[in-house]
Design a protein around this ligand. Structure first.
Ligand SMILES: *Cc1c(COP(=O)(O)O)cnc(C)c1O
Length: 455
């Protein structure tokens, strides 16, 4: 078995509980605040947007939360996902490091996002929700929640950032195949959308604007709730299944990671693969390092401020303490649409602020180059978001080579790039730019962060 490539778990071995890192944090994270009063918000403040079960998961300090059977039954469709040993990549890099990757592109939507979409749809259905609204950037989350809506008989309205709506017709077609309704954002359906269009009729949209539209529609209708595909603690909780499976697969490989790498947009797939290992380190000690990789032109961890900010542009969401570039920050266009969010999950931000996680930023062309190298060695074409994790893992492997160390590297390959081949075409044609973010835009955005009394 010395040349084993795939580490597969049986359905029986799929975790029965999610892992909540809040139970193991030495210092608890700070609560979300009400934008009007500056006071911590209570469950009832969030009730118009989310079902109570998810609100409770947002704040619970319990270590293990049971995965409901109907959720497990659907997850079996593609879980447990395979962990691979990247033997051909190791050879190509001529590194003494051992590289493993967990592959989440096997879900029907092509990424880790259905892991939480299925759970969110389940709890909404149980509490009588008829329709879900949400936003999507590159379309990964919109496809995932549309898929979940189809499984549970929920209507789904997706506000899709206009630039992606126009660039990614096949993602839109996938949402429609699953029964979702996809609307280009900013739209004329909402007051937030109309306000933006009045100022700028040609606005190509942003995630912050699309969130405002989706939140507004959910807040106005009793049978409609809002679903978020990243950032919130309950989303990170649902993604812990990735790391919990990887722990068992590492045991099968009789190995343990020295370093775990993931890409970070809102932080959910990174938290998913790292938090179960980080929790073990917090409880039992150990030397495993955790590395977040973000795009150099939307660098919320490496260049942002740790401050209370809104999750959206129209300031409809609660204030959360996170690493943020400011809610009015507009990143340059890059192909990793899923990494273009101004903020970062509060839980992940807290872990980073406490020194338990490292962060690195890379430009997109070096990430595409790494993705192509990976595809030629391992066969799988990474999503542009995931290419950041690939680049981070390759750099760790090359460091091991330079230092003559045989470390064990684990990274999360969060999705495949089959809907993103236009980006690869641009890369091969030399048409991808590494534009830096606009420093003036960042300064102005950070200067206009909300004043928070509680600080
Ligand atoms: C959405 C997405 C991401 C970024 O979201 P996180 O919450 O940071 O995980 C990363 N990879 C893929 C494939 C995605 O679809």
């Amino acid at each position: 078995m010395s040349d084993q490539i795939k580490y597969n778990l049986t359905e029986d071995q799929m975790p029965k509980t999610w892992y909540n890192i809040q139970a193991d944090l030495p210092v608890p994270m700070l609560p979300p605040l009400h934008p009007g009063t500056g006071q911590p918000i209570g469950p009832e403040d969030l009730a118009p947007l989310f079902p109570m079960a998810l609100i409770m998961q947002e704040v619970t300090q319990e270590r293990e939360i049971e995965i409901p059977d109907p959720v497990r039954d659907i997850l079996f469709q593609w879980r447990p996902s395979t962990m691979f040993r990247a033997r051909r990549l190791e050879k190509a890099l001529d590194t003494p490091a051992k590289i493993y990757y967990k592959y989440e592109g096997v879900s029907p939507a092509g990424s880790h996002k259905p892991n939480t979409a299925i759970a969110q749809a389940f709890y909404n259905k149980e509490e009588g929700t008829k329709k879900l609204t949400t936003e999507t950037g590159a379309g990964q989350w919109g496809s995932s929640i549309s898929l979940a809506g189809a499984f549970f008989g929920l209507e789904v309205d997706v506000y899709m950032v206009k630039v992606s709506y126009n660039q990614k017709p096949y993602r839109r077609a996938l949402m429609e195949t699953y029964g979702g309704r996809c609307v280009a954002s900013p739209s004329t359906e909402t007051a937030s959308g109309r306000a933006i269009l009045e100022q700028d009729p040609n606005s190509t949209g942003s995630l912050g604007i699309a969130i405002s539209e989706a939140v507004e529609m959910a807040a106005q209708n009793d049978d409609t709730k809002y679903a978020l595909g990243s950032v919130l603690s309950h989303v990170l909780l649902h993604q812990s299944i990735v790391g919990l499976e990887a722990m068992k697969q590492m045991e099968m490989a009789d190995d343990y990671p020295d370093v775990i790498v993931g890409c970070a947009g809102g932080g959910s797939n990174l938290a998913g693969i790292t938090f179960p290992f980080l929790g073990k380190k917090l409880r039992e000690g150990g030397n495993t390092r955790f590395v977040a990789v973000e795009p150099a032109n939307c660098p919320s961890l490496t260049r942002g401020k740790y401050a209370y900010d809104f999750g959206d542009t129209a300031h409809l969401t609660p204030l959360v303490k996170m690493h943020t570039l400011g809610n009015s920050f507009v990143p340059p266009g890059i192909h990793a649409g899923g990494l273009r969010y101004h903020g970062m999950a509060p839980l992940l931000s807290h872990v980073y602020d406490q020194g338990m996680m490292e962060a690195k930023a890379y430009h997109q062309t070096e990430c595409f180059a790494a993705a192509v190298e990976f595809a030629r060695a391992e066969g799988i074409v990474p999503a542009p978001e995931s290419s950041h994790a690939v680049k981070g893992a390759i750099d760790e492997a090359l460091r091991c080579k330079a230092e003559g160390k045989s470390e064990t590297i684990l990274f999360n390959l969060s999705g495949h790039g089959h809907f993103d081949m236009a980006a690869y075409t641009d890369f091969f044609a030399g048409n991808l730019e590494d534009r830096d973010y606009d420093q003036g835009c960042l300064d102005a955005s950070l200067a206009s962060l909300p004043d928070v009394a509680a600080e």
